[in-house]
Design a binder for this molecule. Structure first.
Ligand code: ADP
Ligand code: MG
Ligand code: MG
Length: 212
């Protein structure tokens, strides 16, 4: 229904606001041991995703199609590793949601799991490789555990975002084993992984948007 398509678009706008606010910071972080394009890449990706979602929702697409079209636009326009990963995660979330008349809060567990699995299936990174996966896995684990015990979507999102943010800072201690930063491992030590940091910031932004 139109309500869920509008909800997906609003969520993407919340992601966009976070990326716009932190674009230069993410670029500087990626310049330490990467190629410096994480801010601009995320910006291009999310801008394209929001534009695609808005036109899909205007054309009365279901929430699944809104997310799939947004994910395809993100991957295509962002370029880079993180763009492919975010894009495929959005597409997988859309497929997991489907297009139904009603959803229960339990469907959120399925979406979060599908989002996460898409990233680990495509990128093949494991915990400790110093990638966004080091923020993603604590997010998913905390989300599911908190949701199961408290049954509050808002509470689970806030707790999961806090876990992702903490885990993202802790990647500073890690040495990169994936992606562009690997050959520059010594430079990266002491600095958090850009993709983990952006994931933590976005998770916090979504939790705030959901609380409003
Ligand atoms: P690129 O490295 O292609 O320039 P970005 O700078 O936008 O792309 O994104 C870099 C981020 O992508 C890294 O900080 C890391 O979090 C993430 N990343 C890189 N490789 C992988 C991977 N195989 N699996 C998951 N995340 C990855
Ligand atoms: Mg980069
Ligand atoms: Mg790049």
């Amino acid at each position: 229904s139109a309500k869920f398509s509008a909800g997906a678009t609003a969520l993407l706008r919340a992601v966009q606001a976070v990326v716009v606010e932190h674009e230069s910071e993410l670029g500087r972080l990626d310049a330490i041991a990467g190629d410096g394009d994480h801010g601009i890449g995320m910006r291009r990706g999310v801008d394209a995703a929001v534009a695609a979602a808005v036109s899909a929702a205007e054309a009365a697409a279901g929430v699944d199609q809104v997310l799939i079209i947004a994910g395809e636009a993100w991957a295509e326009k962002a370029g880079g590793t993180s763009g492919a990963l975010w894009g495929s995660a959005l597409c997988a979330s859309g497929r997991a949601l489907g297009n139904r008349e009603r959803y229960s809060p339990d469907d959120a567990v399925g979406v979060v799991s599908a989002f996460s699995r898409a990233i680990t299936d495509l990128g093949k990174a494991e915990a400790g490789d110093k990638t966004m996966v080091d923020a993603l896995l604590p997010f998913v684990g905390t989300f599911i555990a908190t949701y199961r015990s408290a049954a509050s979507l808002q509470g689970a999102l806030s707790a999961a975002a806090a876990a992702a943010t903490t885990a993202a800072s802790q990647t500073a201690e890690l040495s990169p084993r994936r992606g562009r930063a690997r050959p520059l491992a010594e430079r990266s030590l002491g600095h958090p992984d850009p993709g983990a940091v952006s994931f933590g910031l976005i998770a916090a932004g979504i939790a705030r948007a959901y609380a409003d």
